[in-house]
Every structure is written in C-alpha cells, then in structure tokens.
Ligand binder design. Structure first.
Ligand code: A3P
Ligand code: MG
Ligand code: MG
Length: 379
C-alpha cells in the first residue's frame, strides 16, 4: 500500500479509512520513551512541577479486603473542569527553560498530548465501535491534541448513578490499598502506615504524572500520563521508569469466555497505555462481584503481546503502531494553519470506519492553548 493522497472530500472533510486486517498500513516503529520531566497534583489540584511527591510504592494489599470500604463518604472525585493540556505544557516549558540555561535546543515535538489520547488512537483498529473526538491546534510547529468533550457530557459522567460511581471507586480504592508513601522495605510489619492505607480518603485529584519523549514512525512526541506507583526502589544507576507500574482491577475470571474478553479488550488497553509511557510492569487486582479483592497478579507489559499472539480474534501490537503512525501523518498533513486560535476537529467515525479531519475553525471558542504558553521563559 503506497502513500495515499488525502485531499478533502466535497464536504471539506478529509478521511483516513481504517485499513482492514488484511490490507495493513506500512509497518512502523515506536522507540522506548524517555522521561524528560514530571509533576504531582495534590488534593488542591495544583501541579507541582518536577515533583515526585505523589509517586507511591506498591505494597501487597490484604487479600479479601473490601474495595467498597469508605464509599461514598471518603471518596472525593475530581470535578469536571477543563484543564486542557495546561500542566503538561507548563512542564514542557519548564524543561525547555532548564535546557536553555544549559545552552541546549528546546524540545519542539511534532505532537504533544496526554498519553490517554494516544492510547485511544492506538486501540482504534480493535475498538471500531468507540467514537472519539479531538481538538487539534498547530502552534509553532507542534500539533497539540486534546479530547473534545461537550461540558454537558463531562458533567453527565461525573453525576452518574451510585452504582457506576462505586465501580469507579473500586479501581481507585485498589490503588489506595496497594500503595504506601515510602518503600515497603522501610516499614515494620505493624507500621501504622500499613493500617492507615485503608482509612485514607480516596481523592482522584491526587496524581503523579510522567512527561516523556518518544518517536512513533517519523513523529517525535511529548506525552504526559499518570503513573500509578513504583514496584520497587529504583537503583541509582537506572532510569526510574524501570520501576514504574500500572495498577488495574478486573472481575475474577471464572470461565473461558471471560478470559477471552479479558485478553481481547482489557489487556489491549492496558498494554497500549503502559507501552506508550514506558511502564514495564502491570499489577492486576482481581475482585469479586461484590467488591472484595481476591488476589493480585503481575504482568510485564512486554509479555502481553506474546500472551495473545496466535489466538483467534486477538490484537496485534504492530497493527496498533502502524495505524497510530499513519494517523499522526494524516493529522500532521491536514493540520497546517499555525495559529493558537485555530482548532480542527479530528474524529473517529465508527459508522464510516474512518478518521475524519474537519475544516479548520479560525478564532475558535474551543481554542485551548493557554495565552502565556511559548511566549515566556523558554523561547
Ligand atoms: P480500573 O481501571 O482498575 O478499573 P487507571 O487504571 O488508568 O490508572 O485508572 C484508575 C481508575 O480510574 C480505574 O481503575 C477506574 O476505576 C477509574 N477510571 C479510569 N478511567 C475511567 C473511565 N473512563 N470511566 C470510569 N472510570 C475510570
Ligand atoms: Mg492511574
Ligand atoms: Mg491504574
């Protein structure tokens, strides 16, 4: 399959059809990401740049513990405010200010966005029923992407039923029960820190985010994403990333059909999410239907593709990478007006099985780059 031209259709929309499993996109590559910075959000939701304050350590939770404990009175859910890419851009600015002081070139990637957006793009070949919509802006040579979500939709998600909120709570509660603020090796078996885990307020404002640089095909990117914890103390001679771990919950698997769905959907998403950020470890907390932790299981991110390889109807990481690279090329080719107030809609349309880029909206009310970004210290 050669380079296709993607001129706009008569409606002004450019379309990138999803290739069928047999007609693949050009194979592409993804280089292991390198962390360039990080930040921590405390309960006040203010980003502390280059802070690892909220990066905790994994510590095996008690089997049988109750993931519903503390719901709803000790659950603080982050309000649906539009934060855009602010903390990430602030981090990149901060990194570039330091580089300037060292007489190094600033990092001006082809693409800058949250890791979650790239995860969605990467999983598209196997999530063909899930629509996504992004705002895209080209500014000083970098394409910035953020999720386009109408405020009503965000608010509706926030105010879902108690049952839905409880399911969400279980995921966060597992993170809270499975982590401690200091290396577990420093703790005595009866240390109060271990007991305090279960009494803690679950506050989804609190996060540690890693900011990293990676190359997908010909595109260099800067991405930001939450990292759940460290699986061990990093050695001084290695990158901290080696000890990063993603935590996930899943219902206990009791039959082959559930195992199939776990491998097909859950493992794909957690693989894409972790692979993109260079997180090499994944720990699953398996829970019962009534929210009791049954057991935990560790995976290496790198082993997941092998685990599903050759099984019928499963995913192929190379197809995800090839599609994502092609999609970025499509976006880079279409998003050409370099202006912070110009916004393009990039959308995956499940009924057409195509990514669409709609005509640019100039002086857009959806403009999302903060006014000060790239004007100040690091330029
Ligand atoms: P689980 O994925 O274990 O259910 P993450 O795993 O990405 O670190 O996210 C932590 C938890 O946030 C999830 O735990 C889930 O409870 C909640 N969560 C994340 N994305 C969500 C979404 N789109 N809708 C509802 N809950 C979500
Ligand atoms: Mg997380
Ligand atoms: Mg997690």
């Amino acid at each position: 399959r050669g380079e296709r031209t993607r001129a706009p259709d008569s409606d002004g929309v450019r379309r990138l059809p999803l290739a069928s499993p047999t007609a693949r996109f050009q194979p592409s590559t993804f280089t292991f990401p390198t962390e360039i910075g990080c930040f921590s959000f405390g309960p006040d939701r203010v980003a502390q740049q280059q802070s690892r304050a909220e990066l905790k350590y994994y510590c095996e939770p008690d089997p049988g513990c109750n993931l519903s404990d503390g719901f709803p009175d000790r659950f603080i859910q982050r309000a649906p405010t539009a934060e855009h890419l602010d903390a990430l851009l602030e981090c990149l600015d901060d990194v570039n200010a330091t580089r300037r002081d060292l007489a190094k070139e600033p990092i001006r990637p082809a693409l800058c966005t949250w890791r979650g957006i790239m995860t969605k793009i990467m999983c598209t070949p196997y999530s063909t029923r899930d629509e996504w919509q992004l705002n895209a802006t080209l500014f000083k040579g970098t394409v910035f992407l953020e999720e386009r979500e109408e405020p009503e939709a965000a608010a509706a998600k926030y105010g879902r039923s108690d049952r839905d909120r409880l399911f969400t709570y279980w995921g966060y509660k597992f993170e809270s029960l499975a982590t401690v603020p200091v290396p577990p090796s420093q703790l005595q078996p009866d240390d109060p820190v271990l007991r305090e885990r279960s009494a803690q307020v679950v506050d989804t404002n609190v996060q540690f985010c890693s900011v990293f640089r990676a190359t997908l095909g010909k595109h260099d990117m800067v991405l930001g994403g939450e990292v759940d914890c460290l699986i061990r103390e990093p050695r001084p001679d290695e990158r901290v990333q080696n000890a990063y771990a993603e935590l996930k919950t899943n219902r206990v698997i009791t039959d082959p059909r559930q195992q199939n769905s776990f491998e097909k959907f859950k493992l794909l998403r957690v693989w894409a999410q972790s692979y993109l950020a260079g997180v090499p470890n994944i720990i699953f907390g398996f829970r019962t239907d009534d929210g009791r932790l049954s057991h935990t299981k560790r995976f290496e991110t790198a082993e997941l593709p092998r685990l599903v390889r050759g099984k019928p109807g499963m995913w192929d990481p190379n197809r995800c990478i090839a599609f994502a690279a092609e999609c970025l090329t499509f976006i880079r080719d279409a998003v050409t007006v370099d202006d912070r107030r110009t916004v393009y809609l990039v959308r995956f349309n499940p009924s057409a099985l195509a990514v669409e880029i709609h005509p640019a909206e100039t002086d857009s009310p959806r403009a999302f780059l903060p006014g000060v970004y790239l004007e100040a210290k690091s330029v």
